[in-house]
Design a protein around this ligand. Sequence first.
Ligand code: SF4
Length: 345
Amino acid sequence: MKTTNPLDQPKKFQNQLLKWFKANGKSYPWRETTDPWHILISEVMLQQTQVATVLNKNYFTNFTKQFPTPASIASASEQEILSAWEGLGYYRRVRNLQQAAIAICQLHNGTFPTDYQQILNLPGIGKYTAGAVSSFAYNLPQPIVDANVARIFSRIFDYQERIDTSTGQKQLWQWATDLLSHQQPRIYNSALMELGQQTCSNKSPNCHQCVIKTFCSTHSPEKLPIKKAPKKTKLIEEFAIFTIDPTKRILLQQEASTQRRAGMWKLPLREQHQTENLPLLSTSTYAITHHKVTLKIYQSPPQSLTTTIPQKNTKEQWFTTQQLKDTPMPSPFRKALNNILKDHF
Ligand code: SF4
């Protein structure tokens, strides 16, 4: 089939996408609002968390209810913001959101800026997020390149270079800029992202049903985009202790400020040799960037705490079961702890 270069007929390319989206676009809570703060929250949530997860557990709805404005999160405590983000992982994201909110309060009197450059200047906000907020909230003609858009462009232009280099990125942003609809940037950007999710998916692109197939020049979409080979997953083990005192308080350990989940509380980790001879209560696995972790939890009597030395730079504290609910805890630990309490106590 002869294909057309979309740069030769950008209007036709845009119109086909816009028409398709109006008939097929999904409704998400963040598409039903033009509040820039709420749109920013959704963009940050969706950076490393799948749409289904954000929707199923009402993360977006609950978070926007708790922090409806930049001012409402700017003064919140670390424990409050970490608890509100619990389950979403990559906790640096919620710290960045708070930093952006503080800047909005200090520099813009609490009102979300309406100018692309001012949005881009907010802490933790990059080119993609600034473009997404500008186009989705204000319908400003700003291009976006996320993983979906990158996949579509690399395929329609049959781009045989790596996209995760500065040259590759420059090329993708150039195509996004050249093909952007200036009349309907909000719908056009949504349409591109949606087509990437629904039709031009990573593993099984549905080219027969694709609304822009006449613009697409690749013959082997599943081989595109080209990226650096991902790092191999490392297998690691974590050894934690479950310790409950006679008043039913549980010992937790807080991750230090230099650690990935800084500020979060979890069952205290120990060296493997410190858990020898302790009864094993639970084994579970979880994934975290390039690592598959096997988490083993052992029961440790309170009196043995003097012989189990905490890891360096960590703080340990007793919590009642009531306090546990409002204490931010990484999901794998929360799940394992709930099971232990249910099965054994
Ligand atoms: S779904 Fe197929 S035809 Fe459509 S953009 Fe992707 S690779 Fe091209």
